[in-house]
Design a protein around this ligand. Structure first.
Ligand SMILES: Nc1nc2c(ncn2[C@@H]2O[C@H](COP(=O)(O)OP(=O)(O)OP(=O)(O)O)[C@@H](O)[C@H]2O)c(=O)[nH]1
Length: 263
């Protein structure tokens, strides 16, 4: 005997076949088949209702303790789902926060984040806190590295510079990638003379650093400008940065690989 699925296919094929369209049995088979389909659907609906009814009866037959336990299990499952959901939300938030604060290439703070820190630090200092310093540093002749070894090698060098700067900073200092090959240090509670020592230390370490991807003997250097807060001309973040920038350009013009202080 044909299986129900095969029989279904055979009947549908017969009904669809144009050669049987005018046949006297075609109409009868069509009617019979529709009836059969209706009955099958009704039977399925009744089975579904009966299944739900049986479950409800089963639940009713359970003791209060059993029903309570079942509800507690459901609740625990819901809590686990909600915990996992909250954890992934927190993780997502953290990733978003990092992305909004970090420079992708070096992992240092980005310019936007540093501007906010600078405003905070200036406000703190203007309330009577100790002065702080802003240091702008720019890699010397960086274009030559890109031209000689390629942009990717240049990227690696920028990462190396970032690592070196971070390794010399104190826990309270901030370091950001300010632009292409330009870095900005924010040194809270630091006077120019202390910033001077820190920058000289960085310059010395940089001079002895092996530059990844470059021929032995390649020496990297940076030019730095230092501006201290609390002086009459340094009344805003923009003014401070402009001073550090001018000092850095003075260091460039004086031959590079040196530091210069704002007037
Ligand atoms: N690899 C790489 N290069 C960059 C990036 N951002 C900027 N640069 C390159 O940095 C170079 C900066 O060149 P210049 O402004 O002429 O400065 P310089 O060659 O460092 O010379 P001086 O600053 O005058 O000492 C340009 O060639 C830029 O393409 C970056 O993210 N990765």
């Amino acid at each position: 005997m044909a299986k129900p699925a095969d029989l279904d296919d055979t009947i549908r094929a017969l009904l669809a076949d144009p050669q049987w369209q005018g046949h006297p049995l075609h109409q009868a088979l069509d009617g019979l088949y529709s009836l059969y389909c209706d009955h099958t659907e009704q039977l399925e609906r009744m089975t579904r209702i009966s299944d739900r009814y049986q479950k409800a009866e089963h639940d009713r037959g359970m003791s209060y303790a059993g029903r309570h336990e079942q509800q507690m299990k459901r609740l625990a499952r819901l809590l686990r789902i909600s915990d996992r959901y909250q954890q992934s939300l927190q993780q997502l938030n953290e990733e978003l926060r990092q992305q909004s604060e970090q420079d992708e290439l070096t992992g240092l703070y980005n310019r936007r984040y540093m501007q906010a820190r600078l405003r905070d630090e200036l406000a703190r200092q203007q309330r009577g806190g100790r002065p702080f310093c802003v240091v702008l540093g720019d890699v010397d002749h960086f274009k030559r590295i890109n031209d000689a070894a390629g942009h990717e090698a240049g990227d690696l060098v920028l990462q190396q510079v970032a690592d070196l700067l971070l390794s010399r900073l104190r826990q309270t200092d901030y370091c950001a990638r300010w632009g292409g090959e330009e870095f900005l240090l924010l040194l809270p509670m630091t006077e120019a003379v202390e910033a001077d020592m820190l920058v000289r230390d960085v310059m010395q370490k940089m001079a002895g650093m092996h530059i990844t991807g470059m021929p032995d003997g390649t020496v990297l250097s940076m030019s730095f400008g230092i501006a201290q807060s609390g002086l009459p001309a340094a009344v805003s973040v923009e003014a401070l940065i402009a001073q550090a920038d001018a000092a850095m350009y003075a260091a460039k013009h004086a031959g590079r690989n040196q530091l210069s202080h704002a007037d």
